[in-house]
Design a protein around this ligand. Structure first.
Ligand code: GUN
Ligand code: ZN
Length: 429
């Protein structure tokens, strides 16, 4: 059993969402220290109280650094690690030109293991401690990510990506094999240590109605799993979906018809939504995941954070690696700020931090485990240096409050701002 530990610094925790009516002051609490015991947060509070209760525990003093929940990336494609930042294409061409050839390689277990390790190293360096990742159609790609995450004690959600049409030979399964392989992986991994399985049809255009129906049936048999897919990312994609599903009222209907819409559904992008789609998504409590660096990089459009939050949607934040152009949730928060500005909403620093932690955790139905620093939560955390470069330091030095001090790091920070990362209490960076 690892020894208890106390971390002192500026510990931020969420009493509520800073998007809720009470505003920032009611939502965010500022503590002096937190105590870690057996991989969990034992307490947050004053340093004197925590040390008095644990006189034997060593204290690591982070001074005026910020101690936050580890970042949660609610939508990523770890197999796209090596093709991140590929030039010049929009969604469908980008998939065909860069993504599908790379994903083809993951039938080889050794390659999948190499990229899974590289991906977990790169994301940990950016302070990301939990992610929901797509894999490829190959069960080997799922085994590789789960095995690597398990060895690191890391909480991960992932699933075999299912595609049985409109993908090249060698990157297609069938309705039956998608069901069988997904079921076998789910039985082997779901709920093991910190691993969760998510049923993962890539998106309607690459699945036949038979495959979506089979995956809907699998989800009905395993209602505690998440189901993740893509929704209304680009206008061309929506038009293509309508050709492939002529009876669908809208994009969401191509999932709804096959039992793939309810609470626990996690939809990436959700940019070009019809009024009926917004109403249904909110009614059932499905999750929307905003992927801002991807949406600008692939030229998809502007997510309506202000409008969708005000309407009461469940929303998380994500990189969408490698359609997204960064592994960093700091860079992703900056992009979310910029996209919201273009839609007429200025997101507060507390709202950006919430989206990248508790918001993303809530989108993945993990909010009772990660995404906050409170007694009983898993001890995944990140320590931010708010003066990590000369440019950031000179701006932060003028700050008159915490939020003004942290905002330059959100907008300009990168992995140099990540002073320490802990997963289940264990220091990994
Ligand atoms: N839609 C279907 N597959 C993908 C993908 O891999 N990345 C993005 N950004 N959108 C998709
Ligand atoms: Zn995606």
């Amino acid at each position: 059993m690892e020894q208890d530990l106390i971390l002192a610094g500026r510990v931020l925790s969420f009493a509520a969402s800073p998007f809720d009516a009470g505003g920032v002051a009611a939502a965010v609490e500022d503590h002096e220290a937190l105590a870690i015991s057996a991989g969990k947060i034992a307490a947050v509070g004053s340093l004197a109280a925590l040390t008095a209760a644990r006189p034997e525990a060593p204290v690591i003093d982070h001074g005026d650094r910020l101690i936050l929940p580890g970042f949660v990336d609610a939508h990523a494609h770890y197999p796209q690690t090596a093709i991140i930042a590929s030039w010049g294409k929009r969604l469908i061409d980008w998939l065909n030109t860069y993504t599908f050839p790379e994903e083809m390689r993951f039938g080889e277990a050794g390659y999948a293991e190499e990229i899974a390790a590289r991906y977990l190293d790169l994301t940990a360096a950016c302070g990301t401690t939990t992610m929901a990742s797509y894999c490829t159609i190959h069960p080997e790609s799922v085994e590789a990510l789960f095995t690597a995450a398990q060895a690191r004690g890391q909480r991960v959600v992932a699933g075999k990506t299912c595609m049985d049409r409109n993908a090249p030979e060698g990157l297609r399964d069938t309705a039956q094999s998608a069901y069988d392989d997904s079921a076998a992986l789910l039985h082997r991994w779901h709920g093991v240590d910190r691993i969760s399985y998510a049923i993962t049809p890539r998106f309607s255009p690459t699945s036949t109605p038979e495959q979506l129906e089979a995956l809907g049936a699998l989800w009905a048999e395993h209602p505690d799993c998440l189901m993740q897919t893509h929704l209304s990312e680009q206008l061309d994609e929506i038009e293509w979906m309508h050709q492939l599903f002529p009876d669908a009222r809208d994009y969401l209907d191509s999932y709804e018809t096959f039992g793939l819409l309810r609470e626990g559904a996690v939809f990436g992008h959700a940019i070009h939504l019809q009024p009926r789609e917004k109403d249904r998504l909110r009614e059932v409590g499905a999750s929307l995941v905003h992927c801002p660096t991807s949406n600008t990089f692939i030229g998809s459009g502007l997510f309506d954070m202000g409008g969708l939050m005000a309407a009461g949607h469940r929303i998380g934040l994500a990189t969408d690696t490698g359609g997204g152009s960064s592994f960093s949730m700091l860079r992703t928060m900056a992009a979310a700020y910029e996209v919201a500005q273009l839609k007429g909403t200025a997101l507060h620093a507390s709202q950006l931090l919430w989206l990248a932690t508790q918001g993303a955790a809530t989108a993945l139905h993990l909010e009772d485990k990660v995404g906050n620093l409170a007694a009983g939560m898993e001890a995944d955390l990140v320590v931010l240096d708010l003066a990590s470069t000369p440019a950031i330091a000179q701006r932060a030095s003028r700050a008159t409050d915490l939020w003004e001090a942290v905002f330059p790091t959100i907008m300009m920070g990168d992995d140099r701002a990540i002073a320490e990362v802990r997963i289940a209490g264990r220091k990994v960076v």
